[in-house]
Design a protein around this ligand. Structure first.
Ligand code: AMP
Ligand code: MG
Length: 525
């Protein structure tokens, strides 16, 4: 018999509860959370878990692999005294105010103390209907759960701020989904991911109370987030809220710069999918750029509007931050100082973005307009012939600046580039090499620095889709292999356990170019 870990209920005991406990879709006003019991599932199976996160949470393999813990991770059983709840939030979806959204299928089941004393909320996504489910079923399918599980942990190992994922459980029950919204719903295997984060609060949690003029709740929420998660900013004055907004902006900017660095496209950057801790949150129809295309989105739901394409993420984050700032007006009274902070976001982003691109190119920083010009020319070359973003930057580190040649760039193109293109690339490499020589850094130092900015391994869409296809057959080797590979994304590929010879292995195969799941995803999950 294994004892379940003991949990705390700090969030739910701090805030007033929704007085109703009726679990039917409804508007919840005057409360930030509602008590909800997870709906049990028939035959849960532990598909995978994150050993790294388990360790951080002080959970032994024996606990994680126990039947009792599996019951907890599937919503069939709660830790002693746990108060399960869903959160009330609203949001702007695709640019429009959508009113109340809330945790429609996510149920938080308590907070754990990590090894270092920090507090982590455990949340089951797909644990059944809640008052916020609107017309949906509260469940999640295995494919989207696998994608969220793998990507959360991959982002963590890439050093990008993110919510985490502890367990992936298949429920043994099927869920009906119309994957392409084309009138063909089909049953799919269901699953539950246990997400873990210091907080799951989103911009939308603030927007809903501002929209409803629930200023007391708004202030209580802001004070909680600041004292819990930004304690260095706390003082009982209005300036605290301004300093806080500034830091939310900065953390969000940092995350977006990181997404642009590794080629991550979130896919649905609605304000309800923006964390007030600046974490990457809500992995839905996200994707990774294979060949560099600023206007690519994996999300078929956004195929017409193209609001959330790769290159638009900085602008969208700015717009979302402006909505968040607007929700804080009742706390400050005067919008002007909030606007000033928002106004400065593009500058602050630009400066971090330039530093990040400099590091990808092997420069300490951009020194002159010529450096910017060099980057612009590179993007033009990417546009002229399909070039794998990850493999290109990884290979660039190993181009010898004393004799730069395009021959050193293997496995970076899709299709054969023309001789004209190759010679343009050669000239670009020469300019790059001249600039590198001026850096005054040993080749080893520079290569190591470039490798820290340029991952060798990202869980590309097609790789995860292969793991999903296999899981649909009841086989889970691929997901376990992926979970190993994501742990050291910046190591040379052949240093990764499992013996990966070269980057060619990860380049998107031609069959995956238009394959559903690999390049086309909808919000149906
Ligand atoms: P998303 O697009 O995943 O960020 O979800 C937007 C809103 O829809 C959130 O309020 C979700 O909780 C809700 N939602 C998405 N899928 C479901 C589902 N299957 N059941 C209940 N609510 C859902
Ligand atoms: Mg969401």
């Amino acid at each position: 018999m294994i004892d379940l870990p003991s949990v705390e209920n700090r969030f739910t005991t701090h805030f007033p509860a929704d007085p109703s406990s009726e679990n039917i879709p409804r508007q919840v006003s005057g409360a930030v959370w509602s008590q909800v019991q997870p709906t049990p599932v028939s035959s849960p199976h532990l598909v995978a878990y994150s050993a790294d996160l388990a360790k951080e949470l002080g959970l032994s393999a024996q606990v994680i692999q126990s039947q009792e813990f599996l019951e907890m991770m599937s919503g069939n059983r709660l830790a002693d005294g746990a108060i399960p709840y869903s959160m009330n939030y609203g949001g702007h979806q695709f640019g429009n105010w959508a009113g109340q959204l809330g945790d429609g299928r996510a149920i938080s089941i308590g907070e754990l103390r990590g090894e270092d004393g920090s507090s982590w909320t455990l949340q089951l996504k797909g644990a059944g209907p809640t008052p916020y489910s609107r017309t949906a079923d509260g469940r999640a399918v295995l494919r989207s759960s696998m994608r969220e599980f793998v990507c959360s942990e991959a982002m963590h190992h890439l050093g990008i701020a993110t919510t985490r994922a502890l367990t992936l459980v298949s429920t043994g029950e099927s869920v009906l989904r119309d994957m392409f919204y084309d009138g063909n719903p089909a049953p799919e295997p269901g699953a539950i991911v246990c997400r873990v984060s210091p907080s799951f609060l989103r911009f939308g949690n603030f927007e809903i109370h501002a929209a409803r003029r629930e200023t007391d709740l708004l202030k209580q929420l802001a004070d909680w987030v600041i004292t819990e998660h930004y304690p260095h900013l706390w003082s009982p004055s209005q300036d605290t809220y301004l300093a806080w907004l500034q830091e939310v902006c900065d953390r969000t900017i940092r995350s977006v710069v990181d997404w642009m660095r590794v080629g991550f496209v979130h896919g649905v950057l609605n304000t309800d999918n923006m964390s007030v801790l600046g974490l990457t949150i809500d992995y839905g129809p996200y994707g990774w750029i294979d060949h560099f295309t600023p206007d690519w989105t994996p999300n078929t739901t956004d195929a017409m509007g193209r609001r959330y394409v790769f290159g638009n993420q900085p602008k969208v984050a700015h717009w979302n931050l402006a909505q968040f700032a607007r929700s804080l007006i009742p706390l400050i009274g005067d919008p002007a100082p909030l606007q000033e902070i928002i106004h400065d976001v593009p500058n602050r982003y630009g400066s971090l973005y330039r530093d990040m691109m400099a590091s990808k190119l092997g420069f300490r920083r951009f020194e002159s307009p010529q450096d910017e010009e060099l980057l612009k020319e590179l993007f033009e070359l990417f546009e002229a012939h399909e070039t794998d973003m990850t493999n290109f930057f990884r290979a660039l580190a190993y181009v010898d600046p004393s004799s730069p040649t395009v021959a050193a760039l293997t496995d970076v193109w899709y299709g054969e580039p023309s001789s004209v293109h190759l010679s343009s690339m050669d000239s670009w490499l020469q300019k790059w090499a001249d600039r590198i020589v001026a850096e005054d850094q040993s080749p080893d130092e520079r290569i190591a620095a470039m490798n820290r900015a340029n991952p060798a391994f990202i869980p590309r869409n097609w790789l995860v889709q292969e793991a999903i296809d296999q899981a649909h057959e009841g086989l889970y080797d691929r997901i376990h292999q992926l979970m190993d590979l994501i742990r050291s994304p910046y190591d040379a590929p052949d240093a990764v356990e499992g013996g990966i010879a070269d980057l060619a292995k990860w380049k998107r195969p031609e069959w995956a170019r238009h394959k559903p799941g690999s390049s086309m995803l909808s919000c149906s999950s």
